[in-house]
Design a protein around this ligand. Sequence first.
Ligand SMILES: *Cc1c(COP(=O)(O)O)cnc(C)c1O
Length: 472
Amino acid sequence: MRYYSTRGKGEGVSFAAAALTGLAPDGGLFVPEEIKRYAPAVLTSLGTMGFHDIAVESIRPFVEDDIPPTVLEDLVHGAFPFEAPLVAVGDRLVLELFHGPTAAFKDFGARFMARAFAYLRRGEDRPLHILVATSGDTGGAVADGFFGLEGIAVTVLYPKGRVSPLQEKQIAGLGGNVSALAVEGSFDDCQRLVKAAFSDEGLRKRLVLSSANSINVARLIPQTVYYAAAAGKVLGGHFDADGEATPRIAHAIAHAIAHAAANAVRGIGSISMKGPLTLCVPSGNFGNLTAGLYALKMGAPIRGFIAATNINKTVPDYLSSGIYEARSSLATISNAMDVGAPSNFERMTAHWPLEELRRMIKGIFISDDDTRRTMAAVYSGSGYFLDPHGAVAWAAADKLIAAGDLPGGPLAGPLAVLATAHPAKFAEVVEPVAGPPPMLPSLKKVQERKASARTIPAELSALIDALSITAQ
Ligand SMILES: *Cc1c(COP(=O)(O)O)cnc(C)c1O
């Protein structure tokens, strides 16, 4: 499989080159030349295959020139010692993507990418420098994914004062091969600095640079796996029991099991439990949604997507007006989605024209007030804690269901909301509206860490200085 820049065809590069360089030399993003369909035998057994087997089948076509199947199996086992349970909550399904070590969906991409990098760089003696800009969760997942890997140094840039205290400890509390830079500016500034560093020839000569943002295709590809797994389950009429970290209060659990068992038989309200799945994706940089589109094109039984954003609604506006207008990002309570210029937009439009995107995706934005109301309502109705990002998605589904405006027409099939972070990660937002969410032992450990970051102004020269110190 060759990878091409979104900004021009050129020669194309291997998966290894696309992954390790991150951004194409012309400033574009790498896209695979083709999105291959699953073999028919895989499609018919998605509902019964294990998560690791689905992962191998999903990732293999994208990487097979560089990663042999047996190595891929090892990578997948190492990367995903956790799964993505699909649980029933009230009248819909929730795809829980927060069972990894940093309690957010970015663990899927980051952990696979880190292991792929370590494999692809085997035998090299110059260290690799990973630069990553984060609005909160990426930094933690990437820091954790790469922590302790030999021959790789990671520098995380985050907007000073705009990530939660816990996120800051996940990013800046590890030390070792992970350095943290608190940038005086917004996430967009961080992202701009990373892009500028990549285009700086002097720096590129001195350091072997790579990115770990959702622009990196090695992060995107593993995110197809949970879409395929969830859609497979639903096509067969299944969903999962609560996982260990499912944030549901005890007395609600018995009720949920009884309710869910009944639903499996009679369907949930107007939503029948079987059939192609509609997925509601809380979106910021649109890496997650782009991976979902890949899974759909690979043949996973998906009906379409709801792209749910907060007030940073660049993409929903584009879908309705046809005009793309990047903006500066606005701060919200779903801060991992505070992105005014979503980087994966370029990838989506390189693959698909507007009309096709409109057939696959409905876009909508949700206010902070509606997000808070939704966290409170879902908790009081089902004893289930949504984090603010999952709540944006839930609220988006509410609105589009009420309007009868879903991908493929008025809803006639099952719907799953992606819960991209555990509520305990955003306890300071969740607690005032829904009460204290259950704590996660892994997050408790993080709270004991001490964050230590260097503050820099949002200027390339400051970034270059900081990198030079790290590289010594
Ligand atoms: C990163 C993140 C998002 C947004 O995902 P994108 O791939 O950037 O669209 C949503 N929710 C949480 C919790 C996140 O960390």
